[in-house]
Design a protein around this ligand. Structure first.
Ligand SMILES: [Zn+2]
Length: 324
């Protein structure tokens, strides 16, 4: 419990300085255009006086940059990826607010945090899919094993550790592979979105989480991923009013959650549900981003019992009477 209390205090402190007391929380654009996103990241880089470094990790098939932003210079390396699926947008605005929160102010807490962690964020991995509000990248002439002919590839099925980036048919997956290899993160969290579900008590599931399930991932790394999973779950449940379940994910090695576990990271999937209150979902993703960096920086992450991840309830059935 001490871990959680520390986490709660730190996160509440974080959340409270970004806006004056009594002010209504700002409304975050849930779907900034690619142009607005790029301009916002560049503004953050400028406002941070170099603490946030923004770069393109490569171009999409239509020539759009895939943006990444790095903040911090500490030994624990954490990579966040958002919006591999173009129609699952809300991790992206959460990542922007995360960068703003950790990268702009210069309090003692910020200097401490950035001396403990380095965070690399791939912000909207699939800008071509975002434009079309669809899952896939844009490659209409492809005949993909995973994807849809006439549209493109499912980027999140092409992270296989044995697949060389230069041979990767899913362009943006190759970019992510290269960024991963260059950064060698200890922790990876991949932000997605799912439909709507209810738990056995009838309460809506607001997010689902899962660690690597491919049997080739070392048990120690699975435990590390479970620790990250628990921090994400508890931060959303306790600090963002959520109801997090286990995601029923598969074992395929091309899924980022499995692939980056096989490659040596504590790799976690986080799926936000497509509930009506998008602002609360952006806040939930943001809180999880902050909680993981805080607990990684102060070492409390290492003391989390991984068995607590196994106790996260299963996701349950699609919510009756709710359309996705
Ligand atoms: Zn997805």
């Amino acid at each position: 419990m001490r871990t959680l209390l520390t986490l709660a205090a730190a996160t509440v402190a974080l959340l409270s300085f970004s806006a004056p007391a009594q002010a209504a929380p700002p409304t975050i654009d849930p779907r900034p255009t690619n142009e607005v996103l790029g301009a916002t990241l560049k503004t953050l880089a400028r406002q941070s006086h170099g603490r946030i470094a923004v770069r393109s990790i490569g171009a999409t098939n239509e020539g759009r940059p895939v943006w990444a932003a790095r903040v911090g210079h500490g030994p624990v390396r954490i990579q966040y990826v958002t919006q591999q699926h173009g129609d699952e947008p809300l991790g992206t605005p959460a990542a922007v607010e995360f960068l703003r929160t950790v990268g702009l102010p210069t309090t003692g807490w910020h200097r401490w945090l950035l001396s403990r962690v380095t965070v690399d964020v791939i912000v909207r991995a699939n800008p071509d899919g975002h434009v079309r509000d669809w899952r896939y990248n844009f490659d209409p002439d492809a005949v993909p094993e995973f994807g849809e002919q006439g549209k493109g590839y499912d980027i999140n099925r092409y992270h296989n550790p044995t697949l060389a980036p230069d041979d990767n048919p899913a362009t943006e997956a190759g970019h992510i592979q290269r960024a991963y290899t260059e950064f060698r993160p200890d922790i990876v969290i991949d932000y997605h979105m799912q439909g709507r579900y209810r738990d056995e008590q009838g309460r809506e599931i607001t997010a689902s989480v899962l660690w690597p399930t491919n049997t080739g991932v070392s048990p120690a790394l699975v435990d590390d991923a479970k620790r990250v999973t628990v921090v994400a779950q508890q931060s959303i449940d306790r600090l963002a009013g959520g109801n997090v379940s286990q995601y029923p994910g598969g074992d395929y090695e091309g899924i980022a959650r499995n692939a980056y576990g096989l490659r040596g990271s504590a790799s976690v999937l986080l799926e936000l549900s497509a509930i009506d209150d998008e602002q609360s979902q952006i806040r939930a993703a943001y809180v999880a981003m902050l909680a993981v960096v805080q607990t990684a920086a102060d070492g409390s992450l290492d003391r989390v019992d991984p068995a607590r991840a196994d106790a996260i309830p299963p996701r349950g059935d699609p919510a009756r009477g709710i359309t996705d």
